[in-house]
Design a protein around this ligand. Structure first.
Ligand SMILES: [Zn+2]
Ligand SMILES: [Zn+2]
Ligand SMILES: [Zn+2]
Length: 435
């Protein structure tokens, strides 16, 4: 048995607690190291300076194995801090879950929450889902900003959340959305099943993390950044236009309010609303109209949490249909690309880097060569060149598929030929025998 002498310095309260060593060591990892050398039946006095009431709660948890009777809104932060210090993992998790469940009461406490460690804040943020996040009302900003900062950081750590920029249309998309989203500015490809494909093409110079930092430098807070990114990661289906769209583009179900006018005998006409060209029999991807209304989201999807939260968050998340709006993320994307291209051009102009590689490398040491090669691989790709290269790659893909298909056909034909050749002699043999 171990005696723990707890002394509360502020209130001058002392109290002794007794606890079995095995229990103390297994539940409070902090003591594991300190008590590892002592014998199992020894009486040891430990002096702890902390709030007696909090320590009493910790001992209650130790003896009962549950946090159900000790956690209250008024003491949860103190218990959380103490249990983290004493390395009581299970109690830490219980406290965090309790805070999540009572977050609006906890943020109203008049205590300083800056003492919550970054590690605990990360864990707390990970336990808060979008619905809960939307419900938090933290007027004095005790926790909310830190929660959003951690949410954005967690988003950046998970590559499935990374948004790429399409080099054709400038829109942001996640890799998982590439096959379902339609890029109306992409070159159209028709696959072997006759499907018309127009996919976004990711800019290989794009750095999502740098873009998020750029948004921050432009005065967007973590909260705004989080919702703007989140709304681009969720997808819905429209029953009107058949499009699969990002939450941020909920109001982008586009159309032309006035019908197109065609001259007799011509397939080409103009929409009377915007004078845009219209094609009578257009088999390509549907082009954007000049006006938009809200997509008619598929009824099952309107019951989802994502949709409910999206509707509440529309003032922050909705991407305006017309790009020149100041709150449009597309505007930041364009600005960011310009800043990146300035860097790119200046890198291109700094030919010493390039010419350095053209110098005779036989004089260089191995380390120097390695360093040069490292620099070489890090150099950026000119977007114009990427476009050409990617297009070639796409053509190459078609070419490879075609080559593969014709190879299969040839091998099939050959197999047939072999069959014919092997059957023919048999026929003649039979014929010979008969004769
Ligand atoms: Zn695109
Ligand atoms: Zn639609
Ligand atoms: Zn129009």
């Amino acid at each position: 048995m171990i005696t723990i002498h707890v002394c509360d310095e502020n209130r001058k309260v002392n109290k002794d607690f007794k606890c079995a060593k095995s229990l103390l060591v297994s539940q409070m990892k902090f003591f594991e190291l300190h008590l590892s050398g002592s014998g199992s039946f020894e009486d040891i006095d430990i002096s702890v300076h902390c709030d007696v009431g909090v320590f009493e709660s910790l001992m209650l948890f130790l003896n009962s194995g549950t946090s159900e009777y000790i956690l209250e809104v008024s003491n949860v932060i103190s218990i959380l801090i103490s249990s983290e210090y004493l390395q009581m993992e299970r109690l830490v998790d219980d406290c965090l879950q309790f805070i999540v469940n009572h977050i609006n009461e906890v943020v109203n406490l008049s205590i300083d929450m800056a003492c919550i460690s970054p590690k605990l804040m990360r864990k707390l943020a990970s336990l808060i889902d979008v619905q809960k996040l939307d419900e938090i009302s933290d007027r004095r900003d005790k926790l909310l900003s830190r929660i959003y900062t951690n949410k954005v950081e967690a988003m950046m750590d998970d590559e499935t959340n990374h948004l790429s920029r399409c080099i054709y249309c400038d829109r942001l998309f996640a890799e998982s959305q590439r096959s379902v989203a339609v890029c109306e500015k992409a070159d159209i490809f028709i696959d072997f099943h006759g499907n018309v494909l127009a996919e976004h093409l990711a800019d290989c110079n794009w750095d999502f993390k740098k873009f998020v930092s750029y948004l921050n430098s432009q005065g967007l807070g973590s909260r705004e950044i989080y919702w703007k990114i989140w709304s681009r990661l969720i997808m819905f289906d429209c029953v009107d236009c058949g499009e699969c769209f990002q939450g941020a583009e909920l109001e982008h179900c586009s159309y032309h309010p006035l019908e197109a006018k065609f001259t007799i005998g011509s397939n080409i006409g103009v929409y009377q609303c915007c004078q845009e060209q219209a094609v009578r029999f257009d088999t390509s991807i549907k082009k954007q109209g000049c006006t938009a209304h809200r997509h008619s989201v598929c009824p099952e999807q309107t019951q989802s949490t994502e949709y409910e939260v999206l509707i509440k968050k529309l003032p922050t998340t909705a991407e305006p249909f017309l790009e020149d709006s100041t709150s449009a993320l597309a505007r930041y994307v364009k600005q960011f690309v310009v800043t990146q291209e300035v860097v790119l051009c200046s890198e291109d102009e700094v030919s010493p880097v390039t010419s350095q590689y053209n110098t005779d490398e036989s004089d260089c040491s191995d380390e120097e060569l390695k360093a040069r090669k490292g620099k070489k691989s890090k150099s950026k790709v000119n977007p114009a060149k990427q476009r050409a290269w990617k297009l070639d790659l796409l053509r190459l893909k078609d070419f490879e598929a075609m080559k593969d298909l014709s190879a299969k056909l040839i091998s099939r034909r050959r197999r047939k030929d072999v069959k014919v050749r092997t059957t023919k002699p048999n026929v003649s043999m039979v014929a010979r025998r008969r004769s």
